[in-house]
Design a protein around this ligand. Structure first.
Ligand SMILES: Cc1cc2nc3c(=O)[nH]c(=O)nc-3n(C[C@H](O)[C@H](O)[C@H](O)COP(=O)(O)OP(=O)(O)OC[C@H]3O[C@@H](n4cnc5c(N)ncnc54)[C@H](O)[C@@H]3O)c2cc1C
Length: 405
């Protein structure tokens, strides 16, 4: 009698969640890919395990700063001045990778490396770059960027109320700034103020910890990007030497706009990372969570949500892949950056809400790593120029008519 050999069928291993569906990072040269992999490992092993606790507590994980500095990535994209350099694609992928784990951490880094260091790099004199960029690249000095005011947000170009008055070799700054990321604890504030003599907006490097009259109140009760410490700055006759005025560019609002063009574009990368994090966590949950005796990921309606999320993510990745090419060719315009920011942030609101929805009740619990992305996407939709402001920039470029009021 023939003996029957029954094979025990092992369940097929499930695909690991991977939001890089079109193998986006594969275009990087090996040495840049190694940097991205190092950043990813850092975010997954050091940041992910503790970030929900800090997010809930509204506090910044200072315990991470010594190890984060070791990555040596501050000032990426800037050549010289102790900065690591790197291609626009590398800089974008880095922002995306950090936000994939935590959008607050990406914002803290973006404010320091993009907005503050970028202001000095693009608008500073040679001496200012030599003096300030190396310690900022080593993250011995952390920076912030003070443009928005309590009464003037979208309208800062024409309506800025903070004033700068020159007295000999000194400038006297008066006014308030609101929403300023990193301000409650950083060392260097880039402050934009209106010169009372020529009515133009100029940038100043303020050593905020040692400048009398400079005070910061931490903003409380945010529901998004809770790890980033935002501050309301008050300047009461702050005296800043003329050597600290960003004098390497036009001395007008165009200097701030120049910085924002690059960082808006980076916000599009960040928000794409936010979507990737939400999608990957939702997919993992769908593979594990059982209802009616089956993984919810086997239900058609859940698969539809996941496929729609991935479609949004890939659309954003393809768009920003092109914008970095334009940037590398020196062709990235304000309207190009505005379209990337407007499109990616509006798609992100869909993606994170589908991720949340696909997880049922657990989608609103921070512990499941989607609720944080869900909330944080709201802030990016509005910061560095709201969706409406980006739309007006695009509208003006394509129609030839300015609809700004
Ligand atoms: C988490 C977070 C971090 C931030 N970090 C910084 C920072 O580090 N440094 C900094 O300087 N700023 C920062 N900001 C400020 C941010 O850039 C502003 O919130 C943003 O520019 C919008 O300004 P507002 O909030 O004053 O809104 P408002 O300008 O008051 O706008 C309110 C609404 O009106 C709409 N609106 C305004 N004008 C028009 C118009 N002409 N046509 C149509 N719609 C219009 C807007 O789109 C928006 O929907 C941050 C903000 C947030 C939320």
């Amino acid at each position: 009698m023939a003996t029957e050999r029954k094979e025990i069928k092992q369940p097929k291993p499930l695909p690991a969640p991977n939001a890089d569906f079109y193998e986006f990072a594969a275009d990087l040269p090996a040495e840049e890919l190694a940097i991205i992999n190092r950043v990813r490992e850092y975010m997954e092993t050091k940041v992910q395990p503790i970030i929900n606790k800090y997010w809930v507590e509204d506090s910044f994980p200072f315990e991470l700063l010594p190890s984060f500095k070791e990555l040596g990535i501050a000032g990426s994209g800037i050549d010289g001045y102790g900065c690591p350099g790197g291609s626009p694609l590398l800089v974008g992928l880095m922002a995306m990778e950090i936000a994939r784990t935590d959008t607050s951490f990406a914002t803290f880094f973006g404010v320091h490396s993009g907005l503050a260091m970028g202001s000095i790099y693009l608008n500073g004199t040679e001496e200012q770059k030599q003096k300030w960029l190396p310690p900022m690249a080593r993250m011995e000095k952390i920076g912030c960027f003070g443009l928005t005011e309590p009464l003037v947000g979208s309208g800062t170009a024409g309506g800025m109320t903070t004033t700068a008055k020159r007295e000999g070799d000194t400038w006297i700054l008066n006014g308030q700034k609101r929403w300023i990321g990193n301000a409650p604890w950083c060392d260097i504030s880039i402050i934009w103020a209106r010169d009372v003599a020529d009515n133009q907006v100029k940038g100043f490097i303020v050593e905020n910890k040692t400048t009398p009259g400079f005070s910061v109140e931490k903003m409380q009760n945010k529901i998004a990007l809770k790890v980033v410490q935002n501050g309301q700055i008050t300047m009461d006759n702050c005296r800043v030497p003329d050597a600290n005025r960003l004098a390497g560019a036009t001395g007008t609002f165009r200097d701030a706009a120049h910085v924002l063009r690059g960082t808006r574009h980076l916000s599009a990368w960040e928000i794409t990372g936010t979507q990737m994090g939400a999608y990957e966590n939702a997919l993992k949950y769908a593979q594990e969570r059982l209802q009616f005796g089956k993984p919810i990921g086997s239900f058609q309606l859940i698969q539809e949500l996941l496929a729609k999320m991935l479609g949004n993510i890939v659309a954003c990745q393809c768009m920003i892949a092109r914008t970095v090419q334009l940037e590398a060719e020196g062709k990235l315009s304000d309207a190009h950056a505005a379209l990337a920011k407007a499109f990616c942030t509006s798609k992100a609101r869909e993606t994170v809400s589908w991720a949340r929805e696909s997880m049922g009740g657990n989608g609103i619990l921070v512990d499941y790593n989607v609720a944080r992305h869900f909330a944080d996407a709201e802030a990016i939709y509005s910061y560095e120029g709201t969706y409406q402001m980006q739309t007006l920039i695009i509208g003006k470029a394509i129609t030839g008519f300015s609809a700004f009021v």
